[in-house]
Ligand binder design. Structure first.
Ligand SMILES: NC(=O)c1ccc[n+]([C@@H]2O[C@H](COP(=O)([O-])OP(=O)(O)OC[C@H]3O[C@@H](n4cnc5c(N)ncnc54)[C@H](O)[C@@H]3O)[C@@H](O)[C@H]2O)c1
Length: 260
């Protein structure tokens, strides 16, 4: 029987993931844990966060669940300081929680605009704002922000979402250069269409969910949507020492969607 080499790039590293209770964030939590990380699963959905943390613990890993709204400064400070109190440091921050509201610009209500900015952009800012002081004190750290291809190209009917995700890229680059001399790297992930529970909910609202799924898949150059695990693997790379020269970059993982 041949030995299988298992990467253990995050042994004892403290990894905090927002939106860790579902989809891409859940896949990240499991993947970082698989490589030895100590995981803080943050989500406003208490049940989701607790389910993911429990499954990590059940398989022998270390994880805690925290219920928090990324748009609330007090919540983000609490969970980040809490991780440091518990485990002494924060090595990896994945700002991944997000929402998407469908509307063209003139039909976007101000409240939907504000909500999208609060969660998708301010939530990322707050995570960075409260984690960076700890990273400076401990001599370094890594941040991975989940943007989207919608932050780079226009996506129909997603005015606020595209704006917030483009903002995430801008913030990522600004942090990358401001802290490059402090051993803090900051990168963004730009997923294409990923078959998470989010997409399930979008499809469920259609009159013909099965047909719409087929049309969505047909729009992908590779003929299928991405899997959350495929995005998680990119996050692992960006947050690992393998990516020690990568900072300020946006890594597109979209099955070729934006290549044509
Ligand atoms: N699925 C895709 O096609 C796709 C494509 C590009 C980018 N993304 C981005 O990936 C990220 C994860 O999306 P997903 O597809 O896994 O969706 P998902 O809905 O399956 O998971 C998102 C998680 O974020 C949590 N969340 C939402 N608002 C929150 C808040 N205010 N505070 C704390 N937690 C909150 C939700 O409870 C949920 O558990 C999002 O930022 C999304 O914009 C997704």
């Amino acid at each position: 029987m041949s030995a299988v080499a298992i990467n253990r790039r995050f042994v004892d590293r403290v990894v905090l993931i927002t939106g860790g209770g579902s989809g891409i964030g859940e896949a990240m939590a499991l993947a970082f844990s698989h490589e030895g990380g100590r995981i803080v699963v943050v989500d406003r959905d208490a049940e989701g966060a607790s389910r993911v943390a429990s499954s990590i613990v059940a398989s022998g890993g270390l994880a805690v669940a925290e219920t928090a709204d990324v748009a609330l400064s007090s919540d983000m400070k609490r969970v980040i300081d809490g991780a440091v109190e518990r485990w002494g440091r924060i090595d990896v921050l994945c700002n991944n929680a997000g929402i998407g509201i469908a509307a063209v610009c003139h039909e976007t209500s101000e409240s939907d605009w504000d909500l999208t900015m609060a969660i998708d952009l301010k939530g990322v800012f707050l995570g960075c704002k409260y984690a960076i002081p700890h990273m400076l004190r401990q001599g370094g750290g890594v941040i991975c922000n989940t943007s989207s291809v919608a932050g780079q190209v226009g996506v129909l009917n997603r005015a606020a979402y595209c704006s917030a995700k483009a903002g995430v890229l801008g913030l990522t680059k600004s942090i990358a250069i401001d802290y490059a001399g402090h051993n803090i790297r900051c990168n963004a992930l730009l997923p294409g269409t990923v078959d998470s529970p989010w997409i399930g909910k979008v499809l469920a609202q259609q009159t013909d969910p099965v047909g719409e799924r087929a049309r969505m898949e047909a729009r992908q150059p590779v003929g299928r949507m991405g899997r959350p695990e495929e995005i998680a693997q990119a996050a692992l790379y960006l947050c690992s020492d393998d990516a020690s020269y990568a900072t300020g970059t946006g890594l597109v993982i979209d099955g070729g969607l934006t290549a044509r």
